[in-house]
Design a protein around this ligand. Structure first.
Ligand code: GLN
Length: 477
């Protein structure tokens, strides 16, 4: 059988019907990773023992004729900011170079309980800070569609692994676009759920009021299966919401005819590359052909999203990253003079330049005398942005626009210009500030054959609608 480009259902049925064992399937993915990943760089660590143990468990179930779980035998990859018991977890940082977690992240544990086989840990920007994966302390990731380009970030490894077929599906995290932007750059689907939809127990925190865990997948149905598996209240995370989880796999089959789709002019302004604009406009036309009604909406505070995001995110990062002090685990500086010297030098040696920049910006924004002018003001702007969406969603069921202003840029193109890198997050940070769900789906290619992604925003806790639209678009395209 052809083992390439498998969806979740195809992989699971192949195992269930005995066409291939879960063990052989995992081994075929490891072989693919060993042959292709040296030029892509998606994986930081393989978890072969853990994968083969799980695969053997699934194979034993098949032999006994037991009913298989929805992800039985399905090979998955995990972004390295999600902790995995006994499997090194670095968050892409040198400061956690030797960290072997004593517990599992809830999302990973739920995937494994549903039968998934965890192949390994995926490369990312250090502590998920970045938009190109070039801030990984270990190695860059190359975009499988064009190796001279970035895969996006910070979940670059998670997007590249799905695009290069080195996992059926993967998990990433999205604080300000880190699932949707790399999905768009690599030509796959990436879903950021509503804030609170998925437990963050075991996610190494970057900015706690913005962080989310979500899936990368080849199809909307796969994204639906993944979300159904990881979503829902978890007593280990008090910010996980007590909101019922619908069966997204059933929801996506419902018709989209008559749905009202908002288009905001603020997402089609200066900086949007003409080719990307044309691809998004064509995709909107396709939704109209499917019977959706296209409605103009306004999100007037969008222009303040980047400054608000980079204040809130850095402020929260500066407090979250205070715990990395070289005492319990991670990098510790040698031959130090005192305890405070040990902290200072361990942090100086262990953190990369972008992480240090953010800790400094965030500490500044929170310091006495500046708090009101920066952090508090950013929080107020955040409320205005959220209200923009709430108002717009009184008129429409979903809002569509570009995921990014341009397709994937070249490796090295923006590394020396952090501001240019930040500005490219313009269309993605808004969903995190407002807490709403967003999905990026591939809708076309540029002249240079680079993927272009369309983003669909939904109401709080209404992932079902955006998955449904994604599915309908995919079926029609
Ligand atoms: N690019 C954004 C940043 O650098 C988003 C990061 C993320 O979502 N983790 O902060």
């Amino acid at each position: 059988m052809n083992l390439r480009n498998l969806t979740i259902d195809a992989a699971r049925s192949a195992v269930a019907e005995g066409k291939i064992s879960a063990t052989a399937l995992a081994e075929s993915y490891f072989a693919k990773i060993e042959s292709d990943d040296p030029k892509i760089g998606a994986y930081l660590m393989l978890s072969k023992e853990r994968a083969l143990t799980k695969a053997a468990e699934v194979d034993a179930q098949v032999k006994k004729g037991e009913k298989l779980a929805p992800l039985a035998g399905v090979p998955v990859g995990i972004k390295d900011v999600l902790v995995t018991k006994g499997v090194r977890t670095t968050a892409g940082s040198k400061i956690l170079a030797n960290y072997i977690p004593p517990y599992d992240c809830t999302a990973v544990a739920r995937l494994e309980s549903a039968g998934a086989v965890v192949l390994g840990k995926l490369n990312c920007d250090e502590f998920a800070m970045g938009s190109s994966n070039e801030n990984s302390a270990y190695k860059p990731v190359h975009n499988p569609r064009d190796l001279s380009r970035v895969p996006g970030g910070s979940s670059g490894g998670s997007a590249a692994a799905v695009a290069a077929d080195m996992a059926v599906t993967t998990l990433g995290s999205d604080t300000g676009g880190s699932i949707r932007q790399p999905a768009s750059f690599c030509g796959v689907i990436g879903l950021k759920p509503t804030y609170g939809r998925v437990s963050r127990y075991g996610l190494i925190a970057f900015a706690s009021s913005l962080d989310n865990i979500g899936p990368f997948a080849k199809t909307a149905k796969d994204a639906a299966i993944m979300l159904r598996t990881i979503a829902g209240r978890d007593p280990m995370d008090s910010t996980s919401a007590e909101v019922p989880v619908p069966d997204y796999v059933v929801e996506i089959e419902k018709p989209v005819k008559g749905m009202k789709i908002g288009v905001a002019k603020e997402y089609f302004g200066e900086g949007l590359e003409p080719e990307t604009r044309a691809a998004i406009e064509a995709a909107i036309q396709k939704l109209a052909k499917l019977g959706c009604e296209i409605v103009d909406v306004s999100l007037p505070h969008t222009k303040y999203a980047i400054p608000a995001y980079y204040l809130v995110a850095t402020a929260e990062a500066s407090s979250n990253l205070a715990r990395f002090d070289g005492v319990r685990y991670g990098h510790r500086a040698n031959s130090v003079r005192s305890l405070s010297d040990m902290y200072r030098r361990s942090r100086d040696e262990g953190f990369g330049p972008e992480v240090k920049r953010r800790i400094m910006l965030g500490t500044y924004a929170l310091s006495a005398g500046y708090y009101d002018a920066y952090y508090l003001k950013a929080q107020r702007v955040r409320t205005l942005l959220t209200n923009d969406f709430i108002e717009a969603f009184k008129k429409v069921d979903a809002i569509v626009g570009p995921t990014c202003p341009t397709p994937a840029f070249k490796l090295g193109e923006k590394v020396d210009d952090p501001l240019a890198m930040y500005l490219a997050d313009i269309y993605t940070v808004t969903a995190n500030l407002a807490g709403i769900p967003g999905i990026s789906i591939p809708v076309g290619n540029s002249k240079e054959n680079l993927p272009i992604g369309m983003q669909i925003f939904g109401k709080h806790f209404d992932e079902a609608t955006i998955l449904r639209l994604a599915h309908a678009y995919e079926q029609a395209a």
